[in-house]
Design a binder for this molecule. Sequence first.
Ligand SMILES: [Zn+2]
Length: 404
Amino acid sequence: MAVNRRTSRDIRSESRLTVMRALLAAGESTRNRLAEDTGLSIGTVSTVVSDLLKHGIITETGQVGGSIGRPTTGLRPNADRGRVVGVYVDVEEAYLAAKVYDAELGELALAEATIDEGLDDADTVIHGIERVLGAALERARANRDDVLGVGILLPGGTRRPVKVPVAAPNAIWLHLDRLRDRLGLPVVVENPLKAKATAELWLGAGRRRTNIVTVTLGIGVGAGIVQDGVLTRGSSDSAGEWGHTLFTFDGRLCRCGRRGCVEAYLGADGIRQTLAEIAPGHPLAAEPGRRRFLEALAESPGREAADTVERTAHYLGAALTDLVALVNPEVITLSGWTARFLGERMLPIVRRRVAEESPGDAAADLAIEISSLSDPGMTGIAAVALERFMRDVGLVTTRMLPAI
Ligand SMILES: [Zn+2]
């Protein structure tokens, strides 16, 4: 295991990403304004801007008049520097999607496919990715030569096959070289928790804050942790598995095999179990599909459904309090189906519990919000592909990125 020490190259690399993200947030800016927005010195900003200009990632827009003093040169991201593509693979639903973005992460085209035969082996997964990627590029009228990178969203760890959920990660992990050969494009793999945190850094809550936790509430639950503007990876890239921290000693069986994990209470199946405990035999509990169950729970006018949402909100508030105690973020964003369907209803209870139970001042300035991003997983993996391109041209160090 290499020593993961922060070097002066890492610091330069962080400055480049900071300036790039600030410019993306502003749309158009100047060196002076970027220095104000980022807190970096004007000297650092000027150096970073030259580096980004050299690689064509940003572009000058000519003279812009300042409110005071002489006119200065405007800067903006170079959207046409190339294209990045996000790919999502859902084995259980045999569903694939690819979304093409320009180099300032503007969406250009989406292609989706449901594979009737299922996605049971590596060949069908690889072939499916190839097809859906080709269709999305065609729809975006993008040339393959323009593709700066392809990012694949993959649940679980990012270095080796994981136990849950099995098929997709293993099919891609064990055959990554083959996938790269077949696509003939730079491929980067990232787990959804970290991709979503990257999306918030580029386009969401991270535009204004540097200590962020992005919580995903879906079939599985987990967190992306950004501290001082840098995504926390941990020694084996496994940081953020908050869903598998302990909620109740010897509690419900989790799909990871352990008892009492947060996910066993806040994952879609956990919420279904809460309903079954509150109202045994309730018809909603038999609703097929996790997404459909959560949607039906949100729509149900019944007392038992309301009690289930309320109890889930208490669980969420209690479990988030542990995160707040450990990480002390400025903002927690919630995304995923549960956040989308039930989030607004749960927020008052969640906020109150976290405020009351967090130690000391840990939650004094904390905001808890539903993510403002419409597709944080896909946007995030596209941002990771863009960061990977910046690494390939020497602008960003490996420390900032997934190992592969
Ligand atoms: Zn677990």
